[in-house]
Design a protein around this ligand. Structure first.
Ligand code: NAG
Length: 291
């Protein structure tokens, strides 16, 4: 009798412990997707906003945290967001791409529920249907390590996200028509950094900063460098790398990397002078130079 009670107590104890483990923290979001008008390249154009923002809110979670995200589509087209680089283990219907997810029709909503399981790193989310990504709707998605989980580099003194991508003044529906008519994609009109032509960062001499750089563009790779500084590559989409040091790094469409840079100077500098990203001539599809 005594043994049986002891056994059931033990069972209860194990059960309780595993219940506690299973209950990773929950984060709840409600995101409304709308059209808006912005002038990222100086010309007013239709863009896709998330809760009124372009780019959308930065998602910041800790590994295994649960995300419950109610996405309300107020566009005139079906919409889906995909969590680029996040492994949806046994959970593919949360991936937000055609084939595993039904598109969210206009004026309706869908609640994504998923865990970035056992992944730590730099990711993005973006619209996966049509050419909607060309109008925005994308954002940074950082997954941080849990306490006591070692990562192969010291915590940086600052952590900056840079969403860099080619950009077209032409609206996404027109771009889609161009492709549908059998022509290839136009040459981009410019490059945006966090939704703007220039971006500013402040830092202190002697400190080390982590730059999370994602290519949110449609067709062009870019070469990323920071004038007068070196870049130590530490992570690519959730995989820690051999930490080689580079003067510049190519980032291809859809890729995310994390580099550490030691500040040789105090800085409060804009992307114009200090941080450079060039569209390199590595098109995915042959492109026609436009006059
Ligand atoms: C749609 O949103 C409402 C609240 O705004 C929520 O109660 C409902 O569960 C959502 N439906 C889906 C399918 O996510």
């Amino acid at each position: 009798m005594g043994t049986r009670t002891a056994k059931s107590c033990l069972f209860m104890l194990i059960f309780c412990v595993s219940m506690v483990n299973a209950d990773d923290p929950y984060r709840y979001y409600t995101w409304t997707v709308t059209y808006g008008t912005l002038s990222p390249l100086g010309v007013p154009q239709q863009v896709i906003l998330i809760n009124g923002q372009f780019p959308g809110q930065k998602l910041e979670v800790v590994t295994n945290g649960n995300i419950v995200l109610n996405l309300i589509n107020k566009l005139d087209q079906p919409f889906l967001l995909t969590w680029n680089g996040i492994k949806q283990r046994k959970n593919s219907w949360q991936d937000g791409v055609l084939g595993t997810n039904c598109p969210i029709p206009p004026n309706s909503n869908y609640t994504y529920t998923f865990q970035p399981k056992d992944q730590i790193g730099t990711f993005t989310y973006f619209p996966s249907l049509g050419m909607q990504k060309a109008a925005g709707g994308y954002g940074a998605f950082n997954v941080y390590e849990r306490p006591y989980i070692p990562i192969p580099f010291a915590n940086p003194d600052g952590d900056f996200s840079l969403l860099i991508g080619d950009w077209f003044k032409t609206g996404h529906k027109t771009l889609q028509q161009v492709l549908d008519s059998g022509k290839s994609l136009l040459f981009p009109d410019g490059l945006l950094i966090n939704g703007q032509k220039t971006e500013t960062f402040a830092g202190q001499q002697g400190k080390t900063y982590l730059f999370r750089v994602s290519n949110t563009g449609l067709s062009k790779s870019f070469n990323f460098r920071i004038q007068g500084h070196t870049l130590k590559l530490v992570e690519v989409e959730g995989s820690h790398t051999i930490q080689n040091v580079y003067d510049s790094i190519d980032v291809h469409v859809g890729q995310s990397i994390a580099v550490r840079s030691y500040a040789r100077l105090n800085f409060f500098l804009s992307s114009k002078s200090w941080l450079l990203a060039d569209v390199t001539s590595i098109p995915i599809a042959p492109s026609h130079p436009t006059a």
